[in-house]
Design a protein around this ligand. Structure first.
Ligand code: IMP
Ligand code: MG
Length: 181
């Protein structure tokens, strides 16, 4: 185990099994619908690569890259660094996200994509931290991998200062690892 990790919250095996289950549900949901599956960069890349291969229907892939204007905390002032390029009007669209935290990013992404008038728009998030949700966010994920406690987690795509994304599991970062940065 990487020595800045206090505890492994989700093992590779747990993640893999849960993605298979979600894959079966999403395959049923999108059968015959030729969905556009949109990943929100960068945290989603690892989850996206595994999840998309368990959705066993023809689909199109696209990505959005959004970030907060200031600092590392999600502020609610979002900026689109890269928009989708597939025309999603009248298409069935699935958003894939790494984590539903305060909800600022997903809320912004959802509203941005709704404006393009898709036939349907659903959300699948690997992780959900409901304790952190900003009051006023009523958006819900349609599919959730794991509901997790209010801890800062890294790995499987999730970062702290762009590090730890390539860990194969989701781990809780030691407080010392924040304080030294
Ligand atoms: P939001 O607060 O729901 O808008 O989440 C914004 C972004 O913050 C997520 O897409 C993640 O990239 C990041 N984030 C939130 N919680 C964590 C965490 O526990 N570890 C790593 N990144 C996180
Ligand atoms: Mg991040």
């Amino acid at each position: 185990m990487e020595n800045n990790i206090k505890e492994i919250l989700l093992t590779e095996e747990q993640i893999k099994n849960r993605i298979k289950e979600l894959g079966e549900e999403l395959t049923r949901e999108y059968e015959g619908k030729d969905p556009v599956v949109i990943g929100v960069l960068k945290g989603v890349v690892v989850f996206y690569a595994d999840m998309i291969r368990e959705i066993k229907v023809p689909c199109q892939m696209d990505f959005m890259w959004i970030s907060s204007y200031a600092g590392t905390q999600s502020t609610g002032n979002m900026e689109i660094k890269r928009d989708v390029t597939v025309d999603i009007k009248d298409r069935h669209v699935l958003i894939l996200e790494d984590i539903f935290d305060t909800g600022n990013s997903l809320d912004y992404t959802y509203r941005h994509l709704m404006f393009k008038q898709p036939a349907s728009l659903k959300i699948c998030t690997l992780l959900d931290k409901p304790d952190r949700r900003r009051p006023g966010i009523t958006l819900k994920a349609d599919y959730t991998g794991f509901t997790i406690p209010n801890e800062f987690v890294v790995g499987y795509g999730l970062d702290f200062n762009e590090h730890y994304r390539n860990l194969p599991y989701v781990g809780i970062l030691k407080p010392e690892a924040y304080e030294t940065k």
